[in-house]
Design a protein around this ligand. Sequence first.
Ligand code: HEM
Length: 485
Amino acid sequence: TFFYPNAQTSLIEHILVDTHGAHSSGFADAITPCTNYVSGNQSLGRTTAAQWIRVAFHDFVTADVAAGTGGLDASIGFETLRAENSGTAFNDSFSFFRRFVNPVISNADILALSVVMSVGNCGGSQIPFRAGRIDATEGGPFGVPAPDTDLATTLSYFSGAGFDQVDSIGLTACGHTLGSVHHGGFPTVVGPEAVTSDNLAGGIHLDSTVAVFDPLVVHEYLNGTGQAGGPLVTSFNVSSRSDLRLYESDNNATMITLGNQGEGFLSTCVGLLKRMIETVPSDVVFSDVISPIAVKPINATLDFDAHGNLIFTGYIRVLTPTSSAPPSTPLFLNIPLSLPVPLTPESTPGTSVFGSTTFYPFSIPISNPETLTSFHVASQTFSLQTSTFIVPSLTTLTTTSSSVLNFTIATTSLLAPSVKVQAPVPQQGTLGPAIKTFDSVAVNNVGRKKGYALWGGSVDIGVVTGAVSVVVLDEGGKEVDIGFF
Ligand code: HEM
């Protein structure tokens, strides 16, 4: 499959941009509307968008930036039984994230992306997202501030993660614009009187707009209006007033500054939350920022149709910003030595905070694959290779409890291709999957078709939690083609 600009960016951009309507990834369903609780009954009074941000905070704050360890590495998945990680948020989130983890999207990247998505889809501004986080294989150190943690200890936890007092106040205010403190999990902060028939976990909102990422928490705290900063300011239990201690620690100077920023608070939060999700172990190499792609080939690949003919198939997705009119001129796909192929859009668009998306399916017969070195659409050129491809119609992953992958690869070369298969699989101690790699998978010649040699192989993977990748490598170990099943 031809991924633009590469598999990791393309698949993450899909989660970020294809949020609603046609071809959505399903990720944003969990936080749509932003009051939604995806892991249980709506009457519990829990909200998924808020949970995701809190989970990322707990993963981050035990970082040791001086040592270059910890941070956003999904170690939190192994730490859910710790008292400092009280509440259902951690297992709720990882159970939902699980199916989105694959060989090019780590648990930690999904967790970081969940922050970007909660903030960006619930009223906040877009946090630039970079990929490449590496998952921890075990729990990390303790050190998450709790409601009864004293100020000095709280500040020392933040400082270990690279955040000074001003940063810590700002980050906490940004986090506490969404969600609640629940009696279920925090009975020493919120009393049993919060529990009602439509609020069974007894959540008291941190500000009056529980599901809107806005500056209200700061204003309500400063003015004593609405939720007055929330239960961590107002708790009946003085020792549980951790937000009050933190906010007052510089005589409210930082909170007043944040209040004076008005909507500018949202940019402050982008900066702080970006730093939070980019606090990672020192061996992480980040990708470029993954931004919405205007003209995007999707699932573009060579394949054989039902009659055994070679086709070039897939979609072109065109993203139209909310402010502009949808594309009106017909779109053409140009391939070398052929007439332009007019593309007809699907009737259902996709929608997102970035605008609307129009999907143009294509399936073009190819008689001279050696000339298909690039294709052009909407004045953009995409280069590709056609000497080796994983054949989608001849590749299957059985989705019974134990999965078997049967794949077929087409090559112009008569040498057997070198194949690596990777699969997300369950692991002990966390709901986050681990990636299992099958190197140098055996292949057999299974015939010829349209000038290609066909190679078949099979991998008995066992339990699989998400998309499995097949990678064809050249002699130098460089990726020639990759497909997901
Ligand atoms: C002194 C530091 C902090 C303390 C002691 C603290 C403590 C807490 C507690 C006890 C809850 C209630 C959880 C529940 O009932 O489910 C909570 C909720 C929350 N916290 Fe913090 N927090 C701190 C800083 C932060 C930071 C820096 C962020 C993120 C940037 C954050 C994000 C959240 C969010 C989004 C919620 C709502 C969760 C939900 O509704 O499920 N917190 N916090």
